[in-house]
Design a protein. Sequence first.
Length: 463
Amino acid sequence: MTPTPLTRLTGLLMVLITCLVIVQEWHLSGPLDWLVVPAVTLLVGLLTLQVAPGRRLFVVTAVLLGLALAWRVEDWQTVLLKAFHSAAFIAAFFAALATLRSAAQQARSIRAAGNFLALQPPGRRYLALTLGGQAFALLLNYGAIALLGSLATAAAQDEPDAEIRAHRTRRMLLAIQRGFVASLPWSPMSFSVAITTSLIPGTSWGSVVLPALGTSALITLAGWALDTLFKPKLSQPLTPRAAPEGSWALMTPLLVLLGLLVVSVLILQSLTGLRIIAIVLLVVPLMAAVWVLLQRREGNAPLRTRAAEFVFHELPSYRGEVTLLMMAGFIGTVGAPLLAPLVKASGFHPEDLPPALVMVSFVWIIPLLGQLGMNPILAVTLIAPLVPHADQLGVAPEAVVVSITAGWALGGISSPFTATTLLTGSFGNVSARHVGLRWNGGYMLCMLLLLSAWVLVLGYLLL
């Protein structure tokens, strides 16, 4: 379908904002800073014309809060500018990650690797899909659930017994979903790490990655243990399945690509001293472009054609997600200074709470707000500025980041309003709320307790 002038301009504005943010992150902006506000304003205006009424409500809320900020807060210009930059960063980060997703979705080797994981026998299928889901999440973001979910459901359709097919589909989809959310606490390409480390002073991806991997390990191993212990009881004996075609060597291209990505990011970070997010914003689109060039040998379209398709078709197709994420960052940034006086006036003083309670509260509050429809970006940007500094709590700032990202991950498992549960439910032919509360109910309770204990242990270990 031929792109309209509206979609063309939307795609071009997202590319422009991405370039502006990259230039800023690399400390090269100078006179270009003034372009961010009009570019974001125009992009949001164009997106508002193209999205559903529910998304437009977020834009209206952002405008009203901006007016309230100018009325109630003395230093409103600084906060408003910060909100525009937050929205710009989110749009740029989304667009940069989307380039790698676009390249990966066209690669035969990636699809072959995903198909191999989906066809694993029951004894090792859960771990294969969960660990593989984390690896795919680095390349595809939410596209990992879409790709692996479609392959898993296709594999399950080969089972003639309806009862076995339903159980197999549910278990595979849950393994994929939990694998994706297990990447959120530690991946340098996740919004949870990018936003939380920018909100908590003195933290970076390098300083939180090791304890965050502990969070990921708990999410992965607890899911595997529950899947193994509570296997469904079948009315008919299970028919043995043939071994999947191919070998684990099919995973080599995926692992090589991930290795190149991680190594290049770490080397550039050590050479430049910039934060990891700045490196990712530049390296990921460049890697995607090189990958598209290499795919010409598979008969795919040339780089110029693929780039035009990406800018004028793919980027505008994410209009709903981009609007929601940008407005969540904007509303959270603007809303925090408006909320702070109300909290103080209520007599509630977070700094007087026991540090252990503050640490654990993130693990519970973010998923709870997710049940009410609050996006994790909005929840974190709204609440994090109200939290006492790590020094006041007597803990390392990395422990605070791990606590927030743990809650963010659990929100991705349970909230019926997140892309993870919506996608999982669509593949399983159930509602997102069914996925969050029925399929994941017992698992969520287990993880709330485990991760609460984990953040308390970290608070002690990282002193």
